[in-house]
Design a protein around this ligand. Structure first.
Ligand SMILES: [Zn+2]
Length: 304
């Protein structure tokens, strides 16, 4: 490493560096291409350890924090991911916006593999995970608004970047988030279609809920890998084809992410950063010290 870079890296190592953009990669996206001046940080959160070390690097002139949702090497199934630690770690690094990337199945004929969908609604079919910072925490209650579960500003930037990268993207749609790890039965898949859901995955809703509580913008790129089992072609699709789709989608999403980061304005103009402003119902004087301490990264500015 040249002397100047070494100096810069060590300055960053000594001083707490603020990174405002986070990227969470799912199946097929375990690293970010084109990151320079990288370093890895293992963030300890009050909720435990994130899925992996977070890689901080420069992308398109901006410092970004990349986390592999399932861990590099794909170690954690959707139920076992420590979502709270993942989102809290991003918050602790100073992240304000999270770009999430996931592989999904399509529930509609006109959403073929290789298209992207920028979901703006979710439907919850999870059962076994903790999806709030405010549960299991005696003495503090908070209810954040979640009618619009993703950041519309950030989603628009993603859709624009898809257009510029020549990737077909559908703006808006409902992502049904199932528990997994097994895929759906045909009866379930057909039911989701009757309910007019668009894509199915196993992780994004949980992240979106926690990101809202942490006052982070959250927007997600659903990369369609295959049709879910309702489709007549489902049985004839081979694992090789699915893996090919995954890697082609991953190459496309790298270009999209570069475009988003390049175009993002420095400051946010949405309301995500104030999601907790009227959400904490508990009398501040009665919030136990233990809860204050554990939740400090999330609610610090409202209780100090
Ligand atoms: Zn926002």
């Amino acid at each position: 490493m040249p002397k100047a870079n070494k100096k810069a890296a060590s300055a960053r190592g000594n001083k707490k560096e603020t990174v405002k953009i986070g990227i969470i990669g799912g199946s097929g996206l375990y690293h970010m291409d084109g990151l320079t001046d990288t370093r890895e940080v293992r963030v300890k959160t009050p909720f435990g350890d994130p899925s992996d070390a977070i890689v901080i690097g420069t992308l398109e002139g901006q410092r970004v924090a990349f986390l592999a949702r399932h861990g590099r090497g794909h170690l954690y199934s959707p139920t076992d991911i420590n979502y709270r630690a993942n989102i809290c770690a991003m918050k602790m690094l100073g992240v304000e916006r999270i770009l999430s990337v996931s592989a999904v199945g399509s529930l509609r004929d006109d959403l073929p593999p290789m298209d992207f969908l920028i979901a703006d609604q979710f439907f919850d079919r999870t059962r076994l995970r903790v999806s709030s910072f405010f549960v299991g925490e005696k003495g503090i209650v908070a209810h954040v608004g979640f009618d619009k579960p993703t950041c519309t500003h950030l989603s628009a930037h993603i859709a624009d970047a898809c257009d510029q990268a020549g990737v077909k993207a559908h703006r808006g749609g409902t992502y049904v988030c199932m528990e997994g790890p097994q895929f759906s039965t045909v009866a379930e898949s057909n039911t989701y279609r009757q309910l007019r859901f668009d894509v199915i995955g196993m992780t994004n809703l949980t992240e979106a809920k926690l990101a809202r509580e942490a006052e982070l913008c959250y927007a997600t790129i659903s990369m369609i890998t295959d049709y879910d089992c309702w489709h007549p072609q489902h049985d004839s699709v081979t694992v090789t084809e699915i893996i090919e789709n995954l890697s082609r989608n991953a190459a496309n999403v790298q270009r999209v992410l570069h475009g988003v980061v390049r175009a993002l304005p420095a400051e946010r103009s949405c309301k995500c950063g104030a999601a907790l402003a009227h959400a904490i119902l508990t009398d501040r004087k009665l919030i136990p010290a233990a809860a204050k301490k554990r939740l400090a990264p999330i609610i610090g500015k409202y209780i100090s």
